[in-house]
Every structure is written in structure tokens, then in C-alpha cells.
Ligand binder design. Structure first.
Ligand SMILES: *[C@@H]1O[C@H](CO)[C@@H](O)[C@H](O)[C@H]1NC(C)=O
Ligand SMILES: *[C@@H]1O[C@H](CO)[C@@H](O)[C@H](O)[C@H]1NC(C)=O
Ligand SMILES: *[C@@H]1O[C@H](CO)[C@@H](O)[C@H](O)[C@H]1NC(C)=O
Ligand SMILES: *[C@@H]1O[C@H](CO)[C@@H](O)[C@H](O)[C@H]1NC(C)=O
Ligand SMILES: *[C@@H]1O[C@H](CO)[C@@H](O)[C@H](O)[C@H]1NC(C)=O
Ligand SMILES: *[C@@H]1O[C@H](CO)[C@@H](O)[C@H](O)[C@H]1NC(C)=O
Length: 601
């Protein structure tokens, strides 16, 4: 997602789809319909069970003559006149040169921001779909990255945008020149354009926004105060007390599914997928990308703003999994994005926004003070953190039978768009950050770590005028010199090792207990044969001597088996009593049953 102010888009699309699928869903399609596995395994490739590292291409690693230039950079693009820019010098070859660094943390996959030729450094505003951004490198560089990853048994997830191209308004004028292949007004949505208006007038006046939930959100707040509406984590259809896309009805009456699809993000050229040329070119482009670069999966930007029938069509055509960006809080609506109310397949996977919206307040007491996506005020701290919202959303998802796959929800605790980075919103409290990262790495779904988490980047340094807003979240990484001895790097590596060693990947989960201070859940371990117990808390500034009592805990092992905390490697049986677990400190704990610290098969 790209534009600062407009993320608030919403509207609820009920995915009115006319696409006819034959009954075979993607997950049950014959094996050869999916990407051939690269590692000789008999199973088709899936993101389920993988862990992922998310990279902003321009900000991760420089290469060539600049490889040793470690000067900090966090330039903004020009969001006013839309001349783009903001490039700091990261490249595709730079990523290839740092695969040891990434694999050293134990990740299976990387997700990179769009490498296609674009106006700004983030890549979400394409100029030429069929070209690689010269700032980032060449087609050969991208093929090489893909090959290098596969040679290591790793995978590549590429970010694509179907919804829009670059801004059509450049320096205050309509500018369609050099946009490939969509260089005519007819390719773009013209919702609400008056017959006497030229396309340029329509554009300059400002096309209707894809979503604006601000009035509805205020209305909802009033209704809640009057006891006429309910919202919050206990309400699966309105897990936030704000109108996000997917919230409709009397509390969020502005719902307009058609405007969600046909409305614009500012002046970013909003493609009309009902136009046969647009549909055909887009399909060819995506299918070509997958083949040319041997991609393992895709991440789809602004997925809920694209005609859902087209999204389904793309999902069917690519033959690999797609994780869609869906900034939603309504769990029914979210689940319908995987399989809609008519039982039709839409996207295989989704970024998991509903729990993400709870994480900053759960672990660190951080709440947004203004509307979603108002980056001028990112939030403030309450005196107490509160785990209940996160636990309730997690439980509602786990208890729901609507999701096609909980293993294909991509979890995250921060990203390139919203809130602050975890180091910022947790005020560098290492204990709390470790607890939040343990939630991320062990909750059911695909854990996605945002680059720089391992170096404690705060996302709030700024070397220019004004508030860093979103651009601050995308600062360079190289000034860290890619150290592999930070506590964050080592901790993430330890958690990925736990996932791997105890086979905690895809598979079930159960919330056992939660309170404002703690959260206890289990995961299928040893590929479903055993259970791992995860104990988390949000104690502030905890010290090595702060013990923490959790109830329930597992019963002590019998027959020579014992529970070990697999993060520290320490035996914990002696700390289990009366169905509770007295943890020796407030660091997160993951208990697995073993014999003498050896796997039980
Ligand atoms: C936008 O263009 C105007 C007029 O050309 C100029 O004065 C202004 O500095 C530009 N703003 C940015 C952010 O480039
Ligand atoms: C249109 O925008 C492109 C950048 O995408 C720029 O190179 C070109 O000069 C602009 N054309 C005009 C007439 O401003
Ligand atoms: C989208 O394109 C189709 C086909 O060209 C056209 O009939 C329709 O009016 C367009 N929709 C909008 C909102 O511009
Ligand atoms: C949540 O989404 C579902 C499915 O789109 C919809 O029927 C329901 O009205 C939504 N709930 C709220 C509170 O908006
Ligand atoms: C963002 O929030 C701040 C503080 O509530 C407010 O002053 C400002 O007007 C908001 N900006 C936008 C674009 O809504
Ligand atoms: C943690 O300690 C720091 C430094 O003493 C303090 O500023 C901060 O408020 C503490 N955090 C909480 C949540 O108590």
C-alpha cells in the first residue's frame, strides 16, 4: 500500500463474484496444477509452515560501487507533485549478497517489495510493468536472486500491484506518457466523471476515493456510547471500534462495494479490469512474472480494491499461492476473501490484519490516537498494556470454521505502512519485544518479520523536514552493518530454530488462557504428534528476577519425559505444579515434552 492518507479506504465488498469455478478448489487441484517443487519433494510448494522475512528493496542492501557505503538513508518520495524518487540505493544484487545474513536467522522465504519499473522507491506505483526498475537492477539480477534462494532451499515471494499504476497527475497535469502498457484514459476507472468533463478535469478535481471510513467511524463511536452498537475484539464482525473495509450495516452505513473497486487512491491510476485490454495484459504480465522468475508465491497489494472476479481469475491462472493485503477487521469478511459466501475460491492466503491491529496495545500499551492511516499522529501509550484484545481476536479466528486455511494467514507485528516499528511502539523494552516476537513466530499462520527488526530499527529517525510518517518506517538497514550478534537477530534465529527443531509450522493451535497480562496457547508440535505450550506476558521492563505465574500449565511429564523450555533449553518440570507453571522469569517460554532434552518421535 502506498499512499499515506488514503489507506482508510474501505467499504465492504461482499465479493459479489460471478466467476464460476469448477468444484475443485485450488487446494484440491491436481498436483501438477501447482508450482513444481524446487527441492525434489513430492509435495507442491506451499507457504503453510514457512517463515518469512519482508524486505523493502530500496532500503535493504546496496551493491557494486556502493556496497561499502553504509550511510544512513530515509529519503521520502515526492508525494506532492508525484515525480517519485526517494531512492536510497538498495538493489536486487544487494539482497543476493546478503542471503547468509537472512538465512542465518533461519527464514524460509523472503518477500520483496515490487521490483518493476516505478515512479517512487517503494515500487507500488508502476510506470512500466514489463521492465525491472533500473534503480534496483536487471532481469538477470532478479533471476539470479530467485536461483540463489532456491539453491539454498529458500523461496521467493514477489509483491505485485493489480489495482493501480503510478499517479496520473504529475506536476499538476494529466500525464499518461511512458506508462506501459496503460497509456490511455479508457484503461482507468472513471466513476463519477461528468459527460462534460475531460479526463484531465476529472483527475485534477479528484476522483472518488476507494474508501473513506472517517465519518462512519465517528458515527460508530456515538452509537457505541449510546449502547446501540457493539464493537471490539469480542465482536468477530467488528473487532476494531472503527469502520474498516468489510464493516457495513447501521454502524457503518457508507458501505459501497462498487466504489471500493472503482474508487481511487489519490491520483494513482486506478485500473479498470472490466476493460478487456487491461484484464488480458494484467493476466499475461502476472503469469509471465511467475514463469520468468520462477516465483514461489505472490503478495498482492491493495487486494480488496480490485474487482474480486479478476482477483479469483489471477489466483487460478498463476498456480501459486497469493497472500492478499486486506486491511480489514471483520473476521467474516476476512474469511470470505479466501472462500466467498457462495463457496467460491478467491485468494489462497491473506496478510492477517485483525490480530495485527491488537498487537501494539497487547504487548506494549500503544494505541492509535487518530484514524487509521493518519501518519501524522501515530499513537500514544496507555499506562497498561492489555493482552485481551489480541487473545480474543486470535481465539475468534481459531474457533471460526469459516477460514479456508489458518495456516495461510500471514502474521506480522509491524510493516512498511502502519503504526511504528516494534522497537518504537514497545519503547525498546526487550522483554516485551521478545514476548511479541514469540507470539509472531509461534501463532498459527506464516510469521513475517519486517527487515530491520533484528537490528532494532525504530522507524522514527528523520533527517529531513516534517514528520517522517510512513517514510520513516522504511529507513535503510545498512548503517547497522548487518550485525549478526544483536539480541534481536539471535532471538529471531532461536525462534526459527524452535519452529524447525520441534516441527511447529503448519498445524493447529488453541488458546488456553488469557488475561490482561498474559496469554497461553498451544501449537501442534512434532508435526502434530505433540503439543508445544507457549506462555507470553506483557510485563514492563521485566528483569531476570521477575518470576511469572501462568495457569494453566501442562501436567508434569511421566516415564522419564519432562517439559523443557526450548528457547532457553532449560528443564521446567520442577516448576509445574497444581496445573500451573511458575516461570523463572518474564521472558517468553515455549514448553515441549522431551526425554533428556531429546526429541520424542
Ligand atoms: C511541487 O511543484 C511546485 C511547483 O512546480 C514546487 O514549488 C514545489 O517545490 C514542488 N514540491 C515538491 C515536494 O517537489
Ligand atoms: C510525464 O511523467 C514522466 C514521468 O513518469 C516524465 O518523465 C515526463 O517528463 C512527464 N511529461 C510531461 C509532459 O510532463
Ligand atoms: C470500465 O470499463 C468498462 C469497459 O470498457 C466500461 O463499460 C465501464 O464503464 C468502466 N467503468 C468505470 C467505472 O469507468
Ligand atoms: C462483516 O462482514 C460480513 C460479510 O461481508 C457482513 O455480512 C457483515 O455485515 C459484516 N459485519 C459488520 C458488523 O459490518
Ligand atoms: C491526523 O490526526 C491529527 C490528530 O488527531 C489531526 O490533527 C489531523 O488533522 C489528522 N490528519 C488527517 C489528514 O486526517
Ligand atoms: C520502562 O523503563 C523506562 C526507563 O526507566 C521508562 O521510561 C518506561 O516508562 C518504563 N516502561 C513502562 C511501561 O513502565
Amino acid at each position: 500500500m502506498l499512499l499515506p492518507l488514503l489507506l482508510l479506504l474501505h467499504g465492504v465488498t461482499r465479493l459479489v463474484s460471478s466467476t464460476k469455478f469448477d468444484d475443485t478448489s485450488l487446494l484440491t487441484l491436481p498436483r501438477q496444477a501447482f508450482r513444481a517443487p524446487f527441492n525434489g519433494s513430492a509435495e507442491p510448494f506451499t507457504l503453510a509452515g514457512k517463515s518469512m522475512y519482508f524486505i523493502v528493496l530500496d532500503r535493504f542492501a546496496r551493491s557494486g560501487a556502493q556496497a561499502e557505503d553504509y550511510t544512513y538513508c530515509s529519503k521520502p518520495a515526492d508525494w506532492t507533485n508525484n515525480t517519485g524518487g526517494g531512492y536510497c540505493g538498495g538493489t536486487i544484487a544487494g539482497i543476493s549478497s546478503k542471503l547468509d545474513y537472512i538465512q542465518g536467522m533461519g527464514f524460509d522465504c523472503i518477500w520483496i517489495t515490487p521490483p518493476v519499473d516505478s515512479n517512487g522507491y517503494m515500487g507500488y506505483d508502476a510506470i512500466n510493468l514489463f521492465k525491472i526498475n533500473p534503480h534496483f537492477g536487471t532481469k538477470e539480477d532478479l533471476k539470479q536472486l530467485s536461483k540463489s534462494l532456491h539453491d539454498r532451499g529458500m523461496c521467493l515471494v514477489l509483491d505485485i500491484v493489480l489495482n493501480h499504476m503510478r499517479s496520473l497527475k504529475v506536476n499538476g497535469k494529466l500525464n499518461l506518457s511512458s506508462i506501459v502498457p496503460f497509456d490511455k484514459p479508457e484503461y482507468y476507472h472513471q466513476r463519477g466523471r461528468r459527460p462534460d468533463q475531460s479526463f484531465e478535469e476529472y483527475l485534477l478535481k479528484g476522483p472518488p476515493p476507494a474508501f473513506d471510513g472517517s465519518t462512519d467511524s465517528k458515527n460508530l463511536a456515538t452509537l457505541v456510547k449510546e449502547g446501540k452498537a457493539s464493537c471490539g475484539p469480542t465482536v468477530p464482525e467488528q473487532t476494531e471500534c472503527a469502520c474498516l473495509p468489510g464493516n457495513t450495516g447501521p454502524s457503518c452505513p457508507s458501505y459501497n462495494p462498487q466504489q471500493q473497486v472503482e474508487g481511487w487512491f489519490g491520483s494513482l491510476g486506478d485500473l479498470n479490469h472490466s476493460h478487456p485490454f487491461v484484464r488480458e495484459q494484467m493476466l499475461n504480465w502476472v503469469v509471465g512474472l511467475v514463469a520468468d522468475y520462477d516465483l514461489d508465491a505472490l503478495r498482492l497489494d491493495t487486494a480488496i480494491y480490485v474487482d474480486p472476479t479478476f482477483v479469483s481469475e489471477v489466483q487460478q491462472a498463476v498456480g501459486i499461492e497469493i497472500l492478499g493485503e486486506a486491511t480489514v477487521s471483520n473476521l467474516t469478511y476476512q474469511a470470505n476473501l479466501m472462500r466467498n459466501a457462495k463457496g467460491e475460491r478467491v485468494l489462497t492466503g491473506l496478510l492477517n490484519f485483525p490480530p495485527f491491529y491488537q498487537v501494539p496495545s497487547a504487548f506494549c500499551g500503544y494505541i492509535l490516537e487518530s484514524e487509521f492511516a493518519n501518519y501524522s499522529t501515530q499513537g500514544s501509550w496507555k499506562s497498561k498494556a492489555d493482552m485481551t484484545g489480541l487473545a480474543q481476536v486470535m481465539k475468534a479466528q481459531l474457533d471460526s470454521d469459516r477460514y479456508e486455511s489458518l495456516d495461510l494467514l500471514g502474521n506480522f507485528v509491524d510493516n512498511h505502512d502502519e503504526y511504528g516499528r516494534i522497537a518504537h511502539y514497545c519503547q525498546s523494552d526487550a522483554g516485551r519485544i521478545k514476548n511479541a516476537l514469540t507470539w509472531l513466530m509461534l501463532a498459527q499462520g506464516i510469521p513475517i518479520v519486517y527487515y530491520g527488526t533484528e537490528q532494532g530499527l525504530s522507524g522514527h529517525q528523520w533527517h529531513g523536514p516534517g514528520n517522517p510518517g510512513q517514510d520513516g518506517l522504511r529507513e535503510s538497514l545498512w548503517q547497522s552493518r548487518f550485525r549478526t550478534d544483536t539480541w534481536q537477530y539471535l532471538f529471531i534465529a532461536a525462534l526459527n530454530r524452535v519452529r524447525r527443531d520441534y516441527k511447529i509450522g503448519a498445524g493447529s493451535s488453541e488458546v488456553k488462557f488469557f488475561s490482561s497480562e498474559s496469554l497461553i496457547f498451544t501449537r501442534a508440535s512434532h508435526a502434530g504428534k505433540h503439543e508445544a505450550w507457549v506462555f507470553l506476558n506483557n510485563a514492563a521492563n521485566s528483569t531476570a528476577t521477575s518470576t511469572f505465574r501462568y495457569c494453566p500449565g501442562p501436567l508434569p511429564g511421566i516415564d522419564g519425559q519432562a517439559w523443557f523450555d526450548v528457547i532457553s533449553g532449560n528443564r521446567m518440570d520442577q516448576r509445574l505444579s497444581k496445573g500451573c507453571f511458575l516461570a523463572p522469569d518474564a521472558e517468553p517460554k515455549v514448553l515441549v515434552l522431551q526425554v533428556d532434552n531429546v526429541l520424542i518421535e
